[in-house]
Design a protein around this ligand. Sequence first.
Ligand SMILES: NC(=O)c1ccc[n+]([C@@H]2O[C@H](COP(=O)([O-])OP(=O)(O)OC[C@H]3O[C@@H](n4cnc5c(N)ncnc54)[C@H](OP(=O)(O)O)[C@@H]3O)[C@@H](O)[C@H]2O)c1
Length: 316
Amino acid sequence: MAQFGFHTTSDEAATALRDAITGKTILVTGVSPNSLGSDTARAIVAQKPAKLLLASRSAHKLEEVIASLDIPQGTTVQPIELDLSSLEATRKAAAEIRDSVSVLDAVICTAGVMATPSYEKSKDGIELQFAVNHLGHFLLINLLIEKLLASEHATVVMYTSEAQSRANLDFLDDLSYNEGKAYEKWTAYSNSKACNVLFAVGLAKRFGEAGLRSFSVDPGVIVSTGLTRSVPMEDFKTLGWVDDNGNLNSAIKAKSLAEGASTAIIAAFDHRLTNKDGYYLADGVLTKEGVLPGALDPAVADKLWKVSEDLTKQAA
Ligand SMILES: NC(=O)c1ccc[n+]([C@@H]2O[C@H](COP(=O)([O-])OP(=O)(O)OC[C@H]3O[C@@H](n4cnc5c(N)ncnc54)[C@H](OP(=O)(O)O)[C@@H]3O)[C@@H](O)[C@H]2O)c1
């Protein structure tokens, strides 16, 4: 069986793990042109899943991605409209998915926003980065859990980021950042990405014995996606990520889109990986290196679970 690393591409990973993809039912969120989600879909569909559900908040973006796919005979690709900034819309999407499948073998949650410039609230009045990057996915997965547990090898993969290492988890006591007065966009992004790791820990704790695996993945730095859309170039210069001409700092090792999408595919379909060995992957392998210790703490994971359950129940 293949070993994976920094330069493994999504196609190499999916080809090596073909047996775990062919004939399976898989959901990917965050599917827009040039996103990690769309490259994930492209690589997975080539290995003939029975059904690939692709979720995005914009129907026209989904149509564009689906039109670009080379869909093999025997594979069905189904678009799902999903706005994670609305708990009601997330419930609607989950109901549509439940009606469409008898089983879900893997869910890869790539959808996310980064560093939204000013304090913004979701449709449910919850800080936007936490709402989209964590809470919407928390609700979606919980509403799909029976379909996941119907699979022999169910796996949930959450996209996190190395940014999780700069989280301040005290924010779980004040999700509104003092009604926005204490909001700092990069810290809020880091916090939401730490929640992606904590959610993987919480899912494994609750459903691991029933056969569910759950991981979080850092895809690396991929500059060609839409993630930086709300970040001004001046910010990247201040952070030292680019020089005055906008060229990437040579100390930053960027990945291609296909290299970036590979780690989640490995997490989802390499059944040699188990939660006994960890919850976080980077460069294709399980690791604890670079992970904020609090993001792997089961007690903090429980705290996040309770907060998330309360918020989603309130909005039921
Ligand atoms: N690119 C990187 O270097 C990098 C590094 C570390 C981690 N990540 C993580 O990788 C994941 C994928 O990011 P990407 O780089 O592929 O960025 P992207 O191209 O912006 O993709 C993000 C996806 O999330 C969707 N999305 C945003 N808000 C949503 C909402 N309210 N409801 C449903 N979907 C929503 C976007 O839809 P629209 O197109 O309609 O906005 C898009 O499809 C993110 O979770 C990000 O945190 C990326």
